[in-house]
Design a protein around this ligand. Structure first.
Ligand code: CTP
Ligand code: MG
Length: 182
């Protein structure tokens, strides 16, 4: 049991810098869209839901959170008797920016498949940022990523993330800060 708690805690802790950017972008979004209004095949490249400000603020918040987690990893881990990962700057940036880029890539795919801004794309909506975060973390910090995201932790992330994503977006919708509950 303690082993399972440690596994789940370590996996979610390692993903926190990737979980927070999209939520920060929802709060900070607005302003100029990244695609500048450009279209491709009669549809927006990305759409008005992907902005420079949201992307920059989301990334910055994710990196800042990673540094904050570094400062408290030891005392928090000691409470539950688990070893929690810390984030070198390259890993922090990879996770945070990668999460944003994964979400942006999903919007690109949504527009190409005829989905308007805000339309749901089950599966993609819940895991786009996980794939983006892990991929860019691997590019920026390959050794750290391989050591931190063991197959068991990746399995936990793939199961837990969609549940967390549905829950946090549902709350954001009920609070009125997000237009759709996905
Ligand atoms: N947001 C942003 N920049 C990003 C991601 C999100 O500004 N890179 C903000 C936008 O205000 C966006 C809101 O966060 O409307 C919600 O994000 P999301 O659900 O990802 O965008 P949607 O508006 O639903 O658009 P899409 O269909 O392209 O996902
Ligand atoms: Mg959306």
């Amino acid at each position: 049991m303690a082993g399972l708690v440690g596994l789940v805690a370590g996996a979610l802790w390692a993903m926190l810098p990737a979980y927070v950017p999209n939520n920060a972008a929802v709060l900070a979004g607005g302003g100029a869209p990244i695609d500048g209004g450009r279209t491709w095949g009669g549809r927006r490249l990305l759409g008005d839901g992907k902005t420079w400000r949201g992307t920059a603020v989301g990334t910055a918040v994710g990196v800042a959170l990673a540094f904050g987690l570094n400062a408290v990893a030891d005392p928090v881990g000691a409470l539950a008797d688990v070893a929690l990962p810390t984030f070198p700057p390259s890993a922090a940036l990879g996770l945070a920016l990668g999460a944003m880029l994964g979400d942006i890539g999903a919007s690109f795919l949504k527009r190409r498949t005829g989905r308007e801004r805000g339309a749901a794309f089950p599966g993609l909506d819940q895991l786009d940022f996980v794939v983006g975060a892990l991929a860019l973390a691997f590019v920026f910090a390959p050794g750290w990523t391989l050591a931190t995201f063991s197959p068991a932790r990746v399995a936990v992330v793939l199961v837990a993330t969609p549940l967390l994503h549905v829950a946090t977006n549902g709350v954001a919708y009920l609070l009125g800060v997000k237009n759709e509950p996905w």
